[in-house]
Design a protein around this ligand. Structure first.
Ligand SMILES: Nc1ncnc2c1ncn2[C@@H]1O[C@H](COP(=O)(O)OP(=O)(O)OP(=O)(O)O)[C@@H](O)[C@H]1O
Length: 350
């Protein structure tokens, strides 16, 4: 089991800064995702960890050992890519054991290792098949087996499931998690899909514009986003702009809302953003005099069967509220309501 550390890592392409002073200390034996939008720098970071590209500045360490200048083939990492990258002229078991062949291991040993890995990826009877006879999902599993054949220190996957259809993708997410837990190998998955990151990971590293925005468990990232970018990129939210005080009040639009005081709020006025998630919100009639609430107008109602999505507006702000579909809502589009703001809503420093 290997820990991964990045210290003051920079990557420049000419004058363009693709990664800016990345500092990470990631635990061993966990499922870790690098999550970010297109162009955020996650594949660049993956390539530096894998040894496929050089850092411009900074140090990469595996278990404290400086591997910054080691090329990929000397780092003992197993890699999987979106396009599988299998050798079409070799059959399944020859693909899986290719690295062992380069090490001149005997054929019987290579075959035995390939079969062991085929059991692990739940495709026990396909050792002698040609790669061309396999479906996309099977090919991706074979590429996973190939990456694990040399017992790598780190298991690195760059958008491994992007080429698969939605259903197979969900199935493979669960299988990858099972595999990671069985082997206990430190695993890094690059993805732009926040749902994938949230369902698969022990630790999510959120990246935007070459900078780490937050490192945390899926729950921490969702409940306590560190930056407006994280709040917006992971799940739905409305961010209210206001002023935070250390006494646990949040001044918004001439109103004083009660919230949980963050440690960064001073007695003076500190600009903050109150992050409201749909499932935290609740609408009540104006007549109910709901405390800790703001006036809103209902603008859209969508019954999704399992739940009802309600949109409400207050000036420039739009809120998404999730109501259960069990009972009638008791209000409709155009109604004037009160939106209750929970005291547990998370405040982000603006
Ligand atoms: N070899 C290169 N030369 C110049 N610029 C590059 C090079 N590789 C990446 N970049 C730039 O660095 C930035 C980050 O690229 P990277 O591929 O890491 O993004 P990403 O988050 O993985 O996005 P995607 O999901 O689209 O692959 C992008 O603006 C990209 O254009």
């Amino acid at each position: 089991m290997t820990t991964l550390t990045l210290e003051h890592v920079w990557k420049r392409f000419g004058s363009f800064e693709a990664l800016k002073d990345i500092n990470l200390n990631l635990p061993s034996g966990k499922m870790i995702t690098f999550l970010g939008p297109s162009g955020s720098g996650k594949s660049t970071m993956f390539r530096l960890v894998a040894g496929l590209d050089d850092t411009t500045e900074g140090t990469v360490r595996f278990d404290g050992e400086d591997v910054t200048r080691l090329p990929a083939h000397k780092r003992n990492v197993g890699m999987v890519f979106q396009n599988y990258a299998l050798f079409p002229h070799l059959n399944v078991w020859e693909n899986i054991s290719y690295g062992l062949k380069l090490q001149k291991r005997p054929k019987a040993e290579r075959r035995a290792r390939a079969e062991e890995l085929l059991d692990l990826i739940k495709l026990p009877h396909i050792a002698d098949r040609s790669i061309k006879q396999l479906s996309g999902g099977q090919q991706q599993r074979v590429s996973i087996a190939r990456a694990l054949a040399m017992e790598p220190r780190l298991f690195l996957l760059d958008e491994p499931l992007s080429a698969l259809d939605a259903k197979l993708r969900e199935h493979m997410q669960a299988e990858l998690c099972d595999l990671q837990q069985t082997l206990g190998i430190t695993t890094i998955v690059v993805t732009h899909d926040q749902r994938e990151a949230m369902t698969m990971s022990d630790v999510v590293v959120v990246i935007d514009q070459g900078e780490v925005q937050q490192v945390g468990s899926p729950l921490e990232i969702y409940r306590k986003p560190a930056t407006p970018f994280v709040a917006d990129f992971v799940g739905s939210s409305t961010l209210l702009e206001g002023i935070a005080r250390s006494d646990g009040t949040f001044e918004f639009n001439g109103q004083s809302l009660k919230v949980t005081a963050p440690d960064w709020a001073s007695r003076d006025l500190t600009p903050g953003l109150l992050c409201l998630r749909p499932e935290q919100l609740h609408l009540a009639p104006r007549s109910a005099q709901t405390p800790n609430a703001i006036d809103v107008d209902v603008s859209l109602i969508r019954d999704l069967g399992s739940e009802i999505e309600v949109q409400a507006r207050a000036g420039e702000y739009e809120f998404l509220v999730k109501e259960s579909s069990g009972q009638p809502l008791g209000y409709g589009v155009g109604d004037k309501m009160r939106l209750h703001i929970p005291e547990t809503a998370h405040l982000i420093r603006a």
